[in-house]
Ligand binder design. Structure first.
Ligand code: F6R
Length: 365
């Protein structure tokens, strides 16, 4: 049931504070320690693991990109990430010291399942981050982490993605703690910030008029670029996919530093560019990139952390997200992008919940 919302997508966007809260709190004991009952990886197991592959499709793959940042940063294990339909047809180097992480909302995506089976055949241990309980991916895994997002009906994934992100952070932090890579203070800081995320999402959701106005002003654009650096690149990919799948606008995401290696040739008068600039150490670099595209006439909507005011001088419009640790910004910065895509699709009269040519669960090759 849509419970008063016009579309399931908007209902599910609004369920994200609860989804993120549930995914997190079901994993914490009274002392605030992470308890992952579906994951049996011990300290000894972790010491053996010298490489991790994260494999998924679509939005789940974008969550995996953030997972790579988190695991490498917190747990210091090298992570490769791949698209399931690519992974399964090449000959990736895998052995019993490899941990394979599948990410899937439905747990039934055929390519993801086939990639998992291939990794298993080669001896990898299989951990999955899945939403649908009892799905094929979960049944065929050694360790399972459920994202407690609840059923997702809209074809465009929203709450499954943000709960996948929290799951990734928890898995990464759990590995880091198990390996003894984090001090108590560091661990507490990350956990406190994670616990504050649902309220911060609520804050964004309580103030969407500006995003709707921007969407209403831009819905006629036929080409959009999403740019960012660091973990913002992952969010750029997700924002771009959200827009194209429900509004049928051509959009592309690109690492901002790559612009000058080709794509900037397409930047012209009134080209819409959505620029993510949430990372402190990359903030100045992003300001320069925004200036470069503005100099060619682009119209720039930036997403930045509250308090970063200088960006107002270089971007046309700025959407602020509440402050948090740089590592965790994707769970917040994706929210305005989901809302932006939603209102653009609505303004274009698109069937938001059931975009043409798309299925919720891709069980064919
Ligand atoms: C995008 C979307 C798809 C899915 C992809 C993987 O909004 O929903 O890109 O993310 O088909 O599906 P799951 O997660 O079920 O494996």
């Amino acid at each position: 049931e849509k419970e008063g919302y016009t579309h399931f997508m908007m209902k599910e966007i609004n369920e994200q504070p609860k989804g993120v809260h549930d995914t997190l709190h079901r994993r914490l004991d009274k002392e605030g320690n992470i308890v992952l009952d579906g994951i049996k990886i011990t300290k000894e197991d972790l010491e053996k693991i010298n490489k991790i592959y994260i494999v998924a499709c679509g939005t789940a793959y974008h969550a995996g990109l953030v997972g790579k940042y988190a695991i490498e940063k917190f747990a210091k294990i090298p992570v490769e990430i791949d698209i399931a339909s690519e992974f399964r047809y090449r000959d990736p180097f895998i052995d019993e010291n490899t941990l394979f992480i599948a990410v899937s909302q439905s747990g039934e995506t055929l390519d993801t399942l086939a990639a998992l089976r291939e990794a298993k055949r080669k001896g990898a241990r299989i951990l999955s981050i899945v939403n649908v309980v009892g799905s094929s991916v979960s049944r065929e895994s050694d360790d399972v982490f459920y994202t407690w997002a609840g059923p997702e009906i809209a074809v465009a994934s929203t709450k499954a993605y943000t709960t996948q992100l929290v799951s990734m952070y928890l898995v990464a932090l759990h590995m880091a703690v198990t390996k003894g890579m984090l001090t108590d203070v560091q661990y507490k800081t990350y956990m406190e910030e994670l616990k504050a995320i649902p309220e911060k999402i609520k804050k964004i959701l309580g103030n969407t008029e500006k995003i709707q106005q921007l969407a209403d002003a831009q819905f006629n654009n036929e080409n959009v670029f999403y740019i960012g650096r660091g973990v913002d690149v992952a969010v750029a990919y997700e924002g771009s996919l959200k827009l194209k799948e429900i509004s049928y606008i051509h959009s592309e995401a690109i690492a901002a530093g790559e612009l000058k290696h080709g794509t900037i040739a397409l930047v012209e008068q009134d080209r819409l560019i959505v620029a993510l600039a949430t990372q402190d150490k990359l903030y100045d670099k992003m300001l320069s990139n925004i200036q470069e595209v503005r100099a060619r006439g682009a119209y720039v909507i930036a997403v930045a952390k509250e308090g970063n005011k200088e960006i107002e001088k270089v971007a046309d419009k700025v959407i602020y997200i509440p402050d948090t640790l740089d590592e965790l910004t994707p769970i917040l910065s994706v929210i305005p992008l989901q809302i932006f895509s939603y209102y653009i699709a609505v303004a274009r009269g698109c069937d938001v919940d059931k975009p043409k040519n798309l299925a919720k669960s891709v069980t064919v090759e």
